[in-house]
Design a protein around this ligand. Structure first.
Ligand code: GLA
Length: 366
């Protein structure tokens, strides 16, 4: 039997720019899916999710898309390996558990896809390296699930290291590791427990709008390969050629890229307060220009603003729900969680889940 531990990811800054050729600053965390998998001689494969307390049975010779969302992550992996890549796979039994929350914007979907891919490779002796797994995982999300995401999640899950942020250039995946040093500040995730409808459609719509902005700016000479490469002055020249929405999307992307570079410099000079300011600015952009935040997320960020001990706060991941990432002084942590949870619950009649996370290794197996 093989046990794969596949972590979730955070992103300190650099949201919605991975698919625009941007540089982002994610890390893998100590919240993980645990995927136990072994070959079997039965006629079918069985996959059980402890989280949903539900199992599926798959005939590897013929299967089709399911109505149940989590099934499709499994089926997408199998479809890619068997039907697209032509691998012959043995049947297997698999149990998926762990403590990684689903739908919280910390990439449980990529953790599942990458983890299952790794497990299947191991029990079938398939010779796929990390880069192959990243590539296939992305194909599954694009082609089977239908979300046209970037490479940040899969790359981070496969390459994360304990106590290090990754500065990842999504154009060519060059990267460097940054030692974290937030002093007494902890990384607190507050999960809104909402996932608004159309989040996937709206995500793809943002991808499309960015492509459109780039196309118009490029005109005939295709000077810029990615939107993050367009200088702000050039975008300003196109203000009248782009409709307001498209202009705002592009403005956010270019500014967010700028912020990542600034944030990196702030970390290098150990100026974590300015780093935190940039997190707030990122949220403002995501809220007003990119329009991927929501009332619940904004409430959590707004509440933190006059608390000196919260040095940075912003929505994280694709948005339209999910969670807020905060950098908060550990002394005030407990009280803060109590206060904000009560207020959130009163206002939205929803529970607020809180997790203090640490930065931990990427995917491992034994
Ligand atoms: C999702 C996608 C990522 C990235 C983020 C937003 O997590 O899977 O590729 O685009 O949203 O930064």
């Amino acid at each position: 039997m093989v046990l794969v531990e596949s972590p979730g990811r955070i992103n300190m800054i650099g949201e919605h720019i991975d698919y625009n050729g941007g540089v982002v600053m994610p890390a893998s965390i100590n919240k993980k899916l645990l995927i136990e998998i072994k070959s079997s001689t039965s006629e079918y494969s069985f996959i059980k999710s402890k989280l949903f307390n539900e199992s599926i049975k798959v005939d590897l010779k013929k299967f089709k898309r399911s109505e149940v969302s989590w099934h499709n992550f499994i089926l997408g992996v199998l479809d890619n390996l068997i039907n697209k890549k032509g691998f012959e796979l043995s049947n297997f039994h698999c149990v998926i558990g762990g403590d990684l929350p689903v739908g919280a914007g910390i990439s449980s979907s990529s953790a599942l896809i990458c983890g299952l891919l790794k497990g299947i490779c191991l029990i079938n002796n398939l010779n796929l390296n990390k880069d192959d797994i990243i590539k296939i995982a992305r194909e599954v999300e694009h082609e089977y699930i239908g979300v046209k995401g970037g490479i940040m999640d899969q790359f981070t899950i496969m390459n994360g290291k304990t106590d290090k942020l990754i500065l990842l250039d999504c154009r060519d995946r060059t990267h460097k590791y940054i030692d974290i040093d937030f002093n007494q500040h902890k990384i607190l995730l507050l999960n809104t427990n909402v996932k608004h409808n159309l989040s996937e459609t709206s995500y793809n719509e943002r991808v499309h709008q960015c492509g459109k902005a780039l196309k118009i700016i490029n005109g005939k000479d295709n000077k810029y390969k990615f939107l993050t490469e367009v200088p702000l002055e050039i975008l300003q020249k196109f203000k009248t050629h782009l409709n307001k929405k498209i202009f705002n999307r592009a403005l956010f992307v270019i500014q967010e890229q700028e912020r990542v570079h600034k944030a990196y410099n702030k970390l290098m000079t150990k100026d974590i307060y300015s780093f935190g300011e940039l997190m707030y600015e990122s949220h403002e952009g995501l809220r007003n220009l990119y329009d991927v935040s929501c009332e619940e997320l904004d409430f959590l960020v707004d509440f933190s603003m006059d608390k000196k001990y919260v040095i940075g706060s912003r929505m994280m991941g694709g948005g339209f729900g999910g969670c807020v990432i905060n950098l908060i002084d550990s002394v005030f942590l407990k009280q803060y969680i109590n206060d904000i949870s009560d207020l959130y619950n009163n206002k939205f009649s929803l529970n607020l889940n809180s997790d203090v996370v640490t930065i931990s290794n990427g995917l491992t197996n034994r």
